[in-house]
Design a protein around this ligand. Structure first.
Ligand code: FES
Ligand code: FES
Length: 158
């Protein structure tokens, strides 16, 4: 199969990549770049475990072909923290016990990030709508919604 060259920014780092045209963004992240924080659940756009931000908007990376990120900017859960400082959403998930098995967490965080970047004071209803494409098999929805709603008032550690 022929390959394509793409240029992209992932987690603020520039990449020039040689890829197969049928590679998904999810496979590129996990298998080619070792960014396994993004999870693979259903691979058909149903579970939201693979959610990343593309130019600031949440996408299911299992439904995006890698060639589509040429010239685009991707943010994965690995890029959320600022060095050793967790993102306020990550702190809030910890403080609200919103992480159980953790499988849905990266996708939840990325969907929540798109929301709070647009509206940091979202209502519970807006949060539930924004996270409606992300499934949690541990059913920890209330803690997750609380964590997103109160992320700005979570006391910083250390
Ligand atoms: S793995 Fe992409 S939506 Fe489930
Ligand atoms: S914490 Fe287990 S799937 Fe959500």
């Amino acid at each position: 199969m022929t390959t394509l060259t793409i240029n992209t920014i992932i987690n603020r780092k520039h990449y020039e990549l040689e890829i197969k045209p049928n590679l998904t963004l999810l496979s590129l992240l996990r298998e080619e770049l070792g960014l396994t924080g993004t999870k693979c659940g259903c691979e058909i756009g149903e579970c939201g475990a693979c959610t990343v931000l593309m130019n600031g908007h949440a996408v299911n990376s299992c439904l995006v072909l890698a060639p589509q990120i040429d010239g685009q900017e991707i943010l994965t859960v690995e890029g959320l923290a600022d060095g050793n400082r967790l993102h306020p959403l990550q702190e809030s998930f910890l403080d609200h016990d919103a992480v159980h098995c953790g499988f849905c967490t990266p996708g939840m965080l990325m969907s929540a990030k798109e929301l709070i970047d647009q509206n940091p004071n979202s209502t519970e209803e807006e949060i539930r709508t924004a996270l409606s494409g992300n499934l949690c098999r541990c059913s920890g929805y209330q803690q997750i919604v609380d964590a997103v709603q109160h992320h700005a008032v979570t006391p910083r550690k250390g």
